[in-house]
Design a protein around this ligand. Structure first.
Ligand SMILES: [Ca+2]
Length: 388
């Protein structure tokens, strides 16, 4: 079994879940609940502040900036070359097909996902505030909403994020609202909400960071986010067209290769791999290039826009150093700009989401941080020297 699209992924169906719910609630006049749902939807769906990196440090854009010729420490050189991107397995998700030849130049990529300690240094140096730490405005919400939407009460527009909150009993897997909860006060410092902390978790991947947050960190560090093609090339670790970053052996209760979910998703986690949520980076064996956690632990942002049909348009022509499509496209999320995420997370279980495979793709709104989303950076010679 290469792939198992038995259900929707961990959260991409959330908008589909929440949008009909919004309509029903508004029509029913249940204003309070509708607002909460709107806030959730905005956090997931809004792309209005995509270019808004107001808190981004100026160092990388300064005229006096120096250009780096050596990679920052902690990065691994990926030789690049031509590889099979995507997979043709019959049970693969449609956006993974067809497999096609892609060429990328050599580049460098972080050996580990960006940790809480690294992100803290960025925040302390710049005063950056993540999207989860900023209150959404009515204007921002309405800008991303269907015409005729009623504005939510201002008192409910508070900083927060969606937090994975497992139910206490089995639930339908087509209802992601059963395990994602809008949590005021949740952010990278408080990953499950007020009262939680990251004390003792310096070596865990930072989570609840949006694409905007990840891009701002990368620029500060003199790095960049990897392209989707670079990410997959790196994840494959030199293996040719294998279903997993470690080869062909499917993961299972007695075959632990990564921080995934064991048991019954989402209410019963047997913790066979030792971790309910994030694991310290590097807790599992590296892939063939010496990269850790390219499967599971946390999803990782890439620089590209997400286009569900991208591979079908590429078929039959050479693809060299692709930077991603110029548009985002997912007919199931027509109002939402989406950036690519790769690698799957600690919430991945074969019964629900097998997107811990190197060919698996996913799109998420660039201003949305979630409990299981982090990132790692890439580098090429000539980028502005950074601070990390
Ligand atoms: Ca786990």
């Amino acid at each position: 079994m290469v792939d198992a699209p038995r259900s929707v992924p961990e959260h991409s169906g959330f908008r589909e879940w929440v949008r009909p719910g919004i309509g029903a609630l508004v029509l029913a006049g249940i204003a309070g609940l509708a607002v909460v749902v709107w806030v959730i939807r905005w956090r997931i769906a809004s792309g209005s502040s995509l270019q808004d990196l107001r808190h981004q440090p100026a160092a990388a854009s300064s005229e006096s900036v120096t250009k780096a010729i050596e990679p920052p420490p902690g990065m691994v050189r990926i030789p690049g070359g031509t590889f099979w991107m995507g997979i043709d397995a019959e049970d693969a998700w449609p956006d993974e097909r067809p497999a096609h030849r892609v060429t990328v130049d050599p580049f460098w990529i972080d050996a580990y996902e960006v940790t809480n300690a690294q992100f803290r240094r960025f925040v302390e140096a710049t005063g950056y505030r993540t999207t989860a730490e900023r209150a959404p405005s009515v204007e921002e919400i309405l800008a991303q909403s269907p015409p005729g939407t009623s504005p939510p009460p201002a008192e409910l527009l508070v900083p927060g994020a969606l937090v994975f909150t497992p139910p206490e009993h089995p639930v339908r897997l087509d209802d992601v609202g059963q395990w994602w909860r809008w949590t005021p006060g949740a952010n990278w410092r408080h990953p499950t909400g007020p009262g939680s902390s990251i004390e003792g978790m310096d070596d865990h991947p930072v989570v609840l960071v949006s694409w905007e947050d990840a891009a701002a960190y990368a620029q500060w560090a003199g790095k960049r986010l990897p392209t989707e093609a670079e990410w997959e090339c790196a994840a494959r670790g030199g293996l040719e067209a294998q279903p997993y970053v470690w080869g062909s052996d499917p993961p299972g209760d007695n075959r632990i290769y990564a921080n995934l979910w064991q048991g019954r998703f989402p209410d019963q986690n047997t913790l066979r791999d030792g971790y309910e949520r994030t694991a310290p980076v590097g807790s599992f064996p590296p892939n063939g290039y010496g990269l850790f956690d390219m499967a599971g632990n946390v999803w990782e942002w890439c620089s590209d826009w997400y286009d569900r049909d991208l591979y079908r348009r590429r078929a039959g022509r050479p693809v060299v150093n692709p930077q991603g499509p110029s548009r985002t496209y997912d007919p199931t999320q027509p109002y939402t700009p989406l950036k690519v995420q790769r690698g799957g997370s600690f919430l991945c279980h074969d019964s629900y989401c097998s997107r811990y495979r190197p060919s698996a793709r996913h799109g998420c709104a660039p201003d949305t941080g979630l409990s299981h989303v982090g990132f790692r950076c890439a580098w090429s010679p000539g980028l502005a020297a950074g601070s990390d």
